[in-house]
Design a protein around this ligand. Structure first.
Ligand code: TRP
Length: 436
């Protein structure tokens, strides 16, 4: 299987120039790399968490679909679909919900931010928190795991969610995989070096600061209007101007070639008027955005065609998703009834949750030891002797927290026990610890 890269786009709001430079342009470029299989989807179930206005939901997912297509996302080359057209996603969400520790969700940043804000305001912690907001990371895990994505490019704020998806995948593999990897463990790919575009006031361009330059909305006139409102210093025409740190120059540079950048900086240092500089910026951005806007307008005039593209994408996505989901259903025991299910016939599987336990003790030699013992009594790990109990205890604590990752360094009597079984048991313990 070639590397799979998957990205979800929450369908809220109207895309601005910052979204284009920071997310759309680099993602479209990445989708053209050879050797990767790209999945792009409109996360419209996620949009429902924040919005209960049906007209806005419907409009936003259409606008965002048209935006990505107009910006060059090629549905023949990538799998481009709408989350809500894939019934396997909510189906998997439930399977994951049943293995996801509630404690894990309690620690999700978005939920904690909401409860913290409530507490600061003297309200009930869960005031205004829907179950959708609370368990949002499970839906996101289903988005990712259903397609066995290896890489998930996201912003910093989303990294915790990818780690949670990994946790859920690991737990599911452990409980139901019977030695197989049902799920690939996804990796977050943090977009460190993508440009964040400044907005009109010089702060990061963001809807919440109300400082955005629209991408397509309002046409060329709105683009020109917004650029005219970019804040500059008050240097008069003819006075030398410092390009570094100027919001106007940063927006310019996000669209210019290296030569164009150098020429523009030199002209500003030589006294180019801000008004003239803004006109140049309008022309430059328009040269890039104009042709895309035309495609956008054409697409928005034919929502039926967008619908066809998305339906074809959904069929492509479901051809991947359905077979995996069938396998998962089988693995958890949701399968056609057979004689094996009549009881007695199949040996009862040992409870996967039966956990191994650490024991600490002192030997006749006066030294302190620990061991890890499986639920059935088998010895999994045996430590070497410690001079004091604290050191033995510290190792037990570390192994519990770090799981199998700490095994290599642990002071063990490696002639005893069963390291492979110990690794699995430690991961199960760590997962249970995380859940507690
Ligand atoms: N929650 C993501 C965001 O707000 C969007 C998203 C939903 C997503 N599902 C995803 C991103 C799966 C990556 C993978 O940006």
């Amino acid at each position: 299987m070639s590397e799979r890269v998957l990205t979800g786009i929450t369908t809220t709001g109207t895309p601005h120039l910052g979204n284009y430079v920071g997310a759309i342009r680099p993602s479209v470029a990445a989708s053209r790399e050879p050797g990767v299989q790209s999945f792009f989807f409109l996360a419209d179930y996620h949009a429902l968490i924040k919005c209960d206005d049906p007209a806005r939901i419907a409009r936003s997912r259409l606008e965002i679909a048209a935006t990505w297509l107009a910006c060059g996302l090629d549905p023949a080359r990538v799998t481009f679909y709408r989350q809500s057209d894939i019934p396997e996603i909510p189906e998997l969400t439930w399977l994951l919900t049943c293995v996801c520790p509630k404690g894990l969700m309690n620690r999700a940043h978005a939920y904690k931010a909401a409860t913290d804000a409530n507490e600061a305001a003297g309200q009930e912690p869960d005031d205004g928190v829907s179950m959708g907001l609370f368990s949002y990371p499970i839906l996101m895990a289903a988005d990712i795991l259903l397609f066995n994505a290896h890489r998930v490019p996201v912003g910093r704020d989303q990294v915790q969610h990818i780690e949670m998806a990994r946790d859920m995948a690991q737990r599911f593999n452990h409980l139901f995989g019977a030695g197989r990897e049902l799920f690939v463990l996804p990796r977050a790919e943090i977009e460190e070096d993508v440009a964040t575009l400044p907005g009109l006031d010089g702060r990061k361009m963001s809807k919440s600061y109300d400082n955005t330059i629209p991408l397509f909305a309002g046409g060329a006139a709105a683009l020109k209007d917004a650029i005219a409102r970019i804040v500059t210093d008050s240097r008069a025409p003819g006075e030398p101007k410092e390009p570094d740190g100027s919001a106007l120059v940063m927006v310019h540079d996000a669209f210019a070639t290296p030569d164009e950048r150098a020429a523009f900086h030199a002209e500003l240092r030589a006294g180019l008027a801000w008004g003239e500089a803004k006109q140049r910026l309008v022309a430059l951005v328009e040269r890039h955005i104009g042709p895309m806007r035309e495609r956008y307008v054409e697409l928005m005039a034919r929502p039926d065609r967008i619908e066809d593209i998305l339906q074809a994408g959904a069929a492509k996505a479901r051809a991947v998703a359905r077979p995996l989901l069938d396998e998962l259903r089988e693995a958890v025991g949701l399968r056609p009834a057979t004689a094996a299910d009549t009881g007695g016939a199949a040996p009862a599987k040992p409870r996967a949750e039966a956990l191994a336990a650490f024991k600490q003790y002192r030997e006749a030699d006066g030294r302190f030891y620990f061991k890890l013992v499986a639920a059935d009594g088998a010895l999994l790990l045996q430590s070497t002797g410690f001079d004091n109990g604290r050191d033995a205890g510290a190792w037990v604590k570390r192994l519990k927290a770090e799981g199998a990752a700490a095994l290599a360094e642990a002071p063990l009597d490696r002639a005893q026990g069963d390291l492979a079984a110990a690794a699995a048991a430690l991961d199960a313990l760590a997962a249970a610890e995380a859940a507690a």
